[in-house]
Every structure is written in C-alpha cells, then in structure tokens.
Design a protein around this ligand. Structure first.
Ligand code: NAD
Length: 513
C-alpha cells in the first residue's frame, strides 16, 4: 500500500499479479484489510482537516502538480514496462498512452492558475461571491484496462481542488498506481493527502466506498460494480461519479472514404484488444457499400492477427485479454452468438493457441483471442437485436457488422442500446455529420475519427448503463468541490437601520430574502 507518504504492507491477503501474455505470476501485492481502510481514511481525513494541502496557495498546488508531471515523465520507461507486463497491452499502445498522462496534471495545474471567482447579481447593497471548496476524503476506484490513465484522470482534478485522495486500483493491475505515491511525494504532496490501497472490490473496495467520512466516490468499472457502489454511496449522502460500460455504435455512411473508415473501425475496435469502454463493437454500414467495407475490414483484421506477438515486442499489434475470466467471457459470448444463429463468423472467432509468425510467442500460454468480425446470422433482425452479442458489452476484440438502408434506420440502430458512452460516424457530408451526431444518444460522438480524448473534453455516459457524471475538463474539477457562497452587506449602519430591521415598530419597506 502507499499510505501517509510511505510504502506499507497491507494486512489483507496477498494478491497475485499475473502476466496475461504468459500466465506467469510475476508479483504479489498486499491487499488493504478492513483495519487498513479505517486507518487510512482517518489519516486522510486528518491531513484534510490540518489544511496542509488545501490551505496551500493555489499557485503552490499548481506548481506541485506541474512538478508531478515532470517527475512522471522521467519515470515513463519503467511505468510503461510495468503497465505492459500487468495489462498485457502491446507496448506500442502504452508508449502512446502513458506519456499523455502529464497533460492531465498540467491541465489541472493550469486551471488552478486561471480559475475565477464569480460575483453574482443580487438585490441591494450585497456582495455575493462563490468559491469552490474541496470535499474532504475522496475515493477513486479504477479498472484494469488503462490503469494509469484512468487513475491520473481522476487524481489530477481531485488533488487540484485540495482533497485527500485514496485510490483503489484494480486487483488485476495494482502495480503502476502504487508507483505514483513516490512521484507525488517527491513533487511535494504532503503525507496523507495521496494514498493507494490495493485490494479486491468486494472487500477493500466495498469497505472504502461505505465509509461515512468519504465525501465522494469516483469509479470507473462495469455496470454491476457501478450500481453496487452507488447504492452504498447514496446511503452516506456522498457525491458519486460512475464511468461505466459501453457498446459503441460506429456508423459508416455511403460518402465515407472506405479505407479511412476501416482504419478507424480497426482502431476503435481492436485497441487494447477491444478492452475499452468506447470500443466500437456495433459497426453499422450503409448497404450500398456493405460488401466492400466488410472485405476491406476483413483484410485489415487478418493482417492485425498475423502481426500479433509478445506485448513487449514493439512490432506487435495487439496483446492478450487481461485474464482467463475475461477470455472465457469473450469465448462464451461469441460461441453463443454462433450457436443460436444470431451471428456468423467472417474472420477470427476463437482463442489463439498457435505460435506467433511475428516473434514465435506461444499464444497458448496467454489469453490471446483472434481479432474477430461477425455479421448477422440466420436470426431475423428483430431477434438478432435482442441477442447478447448485440446488447452486452464484450470487452474483447469482437465486432458485429450490420447493414442499413436509410439514415433514419442507421440512427435507430445506433441508439438501440442501454449504453450511451461513445459513438462514431463516418461521412464526408457536413450536414449529415451535424444532423446525425445531434440524434445520437451518447456522451461522446466522434465524426471521421474515434477514441479521441483530451483533458479539456468531457468524458461520460448519457444513458443509465454507462454511468453518471463526467471526467475531464472544468466539470470534473467542479465535481471534486462544492460551491461556497458568501454574501456580504456593504450597507451603512444608517441604511441597515432603515431597511434591514424586519421586526421594527413602525411600518415601511424592509428587506425580506
Ligand atoms: P470491474 O467493475 O470489474 O472493476 C472495476 C473496479 O471496481 C475494480 O477496482 C474493482 O475491484 C472495483 N469493484 C468491483 N466491485 C466493487 C464493489 N462492489 N465495491 C467496490 N469496488 C468494486 O471492471 P473492470 O473489469 O476492471 O473494467 C472493465 C469495465 O470498466 C468495463 O465495463 C468498461 O466499460 C469499464 N470502463 C469504463 C470506462 C469509462 O470511461 N466509462 C473506462 C474504462 C473502463
């Protein structure tokens, strides 16, 4: 654990950390016990109450965040290597993703320097200003797929606002988040203000999110976890942000450039082996170009499969799934879709057990699954749209391609989901881009691109199953604060005696409200 500015052994069980490419347990990590949770929340609360961080000048807090960015940059090679080992994600991806984290620290540092305090219009000689003040102890629960990115997206606004933070990383990938402890300490975050408690969701996580001193919980994870945590947080009347699952539609219109769109589909679908919340898993293609899109996409997908190897190989295009459990989920969803006639396989569709043509990696040791394209099977469209392969989040490199005839039909198919996180549209017609994106019910819609993210750009779901609240931008910072309104009368004593004595003896106009 990282608690009060130092590494500490947790008193819970030892969590094995597995390399998903080989099945090797390469590390163990202490889980935080119930007592560790109690102790850490108390320490974090004491740090908050002491004012050691929140009463620092905002320029100093900004400087510390900037310094964290510089220190993180210096540790990138080690962080990237560890992220690859614990997630199994190809090093190409992590070399592109992990360096981007510094932008979140710098963005919230900059926000601290430019934030203004609004002065509100009020009646009478009153001066009404609003401050944003931190909440206290906040808990952040993160998933396995982008361990550092999601942690830093949450930590940066929470620390900027002056809160005390406790992060509980995924039990599958706790190692890199722990490394942040020393970085923040060296940068100047006072002890007790930043803490990491590894552990299982049902034990450490549950006990953290149930704690009555915790004033906000911010989780990224699956819908089941999001609902379970929300019920506990609601009981404590604490604030809640939940970034949950997705089933992103990606609509390709007739005017799209086919190769550009196919490249976009491959990126949207197969990055992180499909283990992203905005993975474009429902590809909705104009029937006029359906065959050529499918053929081009098949060629691209098979080329990716041929270039898979060890995640540490810079030439490898895609890594394994994170765990045996995740592999079983993907296998069972695809097998069920094929067995029930909901879908037919165009390419892929099974676990990889061969030897890599790229670098002789033995795929059978890890949890590799072929990048897979499915199309609608013998089931009529109405039944197909009830099938699990169309409705459930797969979290693997599996996509389903369906056709449409009209724009209206495309929008209807795109919105046919309980999820509403990310969506993509590919069209060269500007009016169509505006018209369709306006009708898509998703928190983030990309046009002629996919999976773009920036510290300034809100990221969150628009439908229940994708969660509530957003990450990024001013909104995320504000969600780590509460508004504090101060109203000061600058009326003179004489004016107050005349107009502010509600219970005065004589009649006349006096203030009310
Ligand atoms: P998960 O729900 O299994 O676990 C996420 C985290 O929640 C882990 O740290 C886990 O230990 C914890 N947890 C689980 N149950 C808990 C409970 N009852 N109380 C407290 N903590 C609990 O998710 P995962 O498999 O790690 O990640 C995949 C999921 O995350 C997918 O559904 C994916 O769509 C979603 N996700 C969403 C976003 C987004 O931005 N919306 C980003 C990445 C991943």
């Amino acid at each position: 654990m990282w608690v009060a500015g130092a590494e500490r052994a947790g008193r819970g069980e030892l969590i094995p950390v597995e390399d998903p490419a080989t099945g090797e347990i390469f590390a163990h990590c202490h889980a935080a016990s119930e007592q560790d949770v109690q102790d850490t929340v108390a320490l974090a609360q004491a740090a908050f109450k002491s004012g050691v961080w929140v009463r620092e000048s905002r320029h100093r807090r900004a400087d510390v965040l900037d310094k964290s960015a510089t220190l993180l940059e210096a540790e990138l090679p080690e962080l990237i290597a560890l992220e690859v080992r614990q997630t199994g994600r190809a090093i190409r991806e992590m070399k592109a993703q992990v360096p981007s984290l510094v932008r979140w620290l710098k963005y919230y540092a900059a926000l601290l320097r430019v934030e203004e305090r609004p002065l509100l219009p009020t009646v009478g000689k009153l001066h009404n200003f609003v401050d944003r003040v931190p909440l206290g102890v906040v808990v952040q629960i993160t998933p396995f797929n982008h361990p550092l990115l999601i942690a830093v997206k949450k930590i940066a606004p929470a620390l900027a606002a002056g809160n005390s933070v406790i992060v509980k990383p995924s039990e599958l990938t706790p190692l890199t988040t722990l490394r942040l402890g020393a970085i923040f300490k060296t940068a100047g975050i006072p002890d007790g203000v930043f803490n990491v408690l590894p552990g299982y969701g049902s034990l450490t996580g549950k006990s953290l999110v149930s704690h009555p001193l915790v004033r906000k919980v911010d989780v990224t994870g699956g819908e089941a976890a999001g609902r379970a945590i929300g019920a506990l947080v609601g009981g404590n009347l604490a604030r809640y942000t939940a970034e949950l699952g997705g089933k992103a539609p990606l609509v390709v219109f007739n005017s799209a450039d086919i190769q550009v769109a196919v490249n976009g589909i491959a990126f949207g679908s197969f990055i992180a082996s499909g283990q992203t919340c905005i993975a474009s898993t429902r590809i909705i293609v104009d029937n006029k170009i359906f065959d050529v899109v499918l053929e081009t996409l098949k060629a691209k997908t098979e080329s990716i499969a041929k270039r898979m190897g060890a995640p540490t190989n810079p030439d490898s295009m895609m890594g394994p799934l994170v765990s045996a459990k995740q592999l079983r989920n993907v296998e069972s969803l695809v097998d069920e879709a094929v067995d029930t006639g909901a879908a037919k396989i165009v390419t892929g569709g099974k676990r990889m057990t061969s030897i890599s043509a790229l670098d002789s990696t033995d795929f059978s040791r890890g949890y590799f699954y072929e990048p897979t394209i499915l199309v609608q099977g013998a089931l009529p469209i109405d039944d197909f749209r009830k099938s699990a392969i169309w409705r459930k989040e797969i979290f693997g490199p599996v996509i389903v391609v369906v056709g449409f005839d009209t724009e209206e039909e495309a929008v209807e198919l795109a919105n046919d989901s309980e999820f509403g996180l990310g969506a993509g549209i590919w069209t060269q017609e500007m009016a169509q881009a505006f018209r369709v994106s306006e009708q898509i019910d998703a928190g983030i819609t990309w046009v002629n691109t996919h999976h773009r993210n920036d510290p300034s750009s809100p990221w969150g779901g628009s439908k229940t199953s994708s969660g509530l609240g957003v990450e990024n931008g001013v909104e995320a910072y504000q969600a780590y604060t509460t508004a504090k309104s101060t109203i000061i009368s600058y009326a003179s004593t004489e004016e107050s005696l005349v107009s502010a004595d509600w219970f005065r003896e004589s009649a006349g106009v006096v203030r009310y409200g």
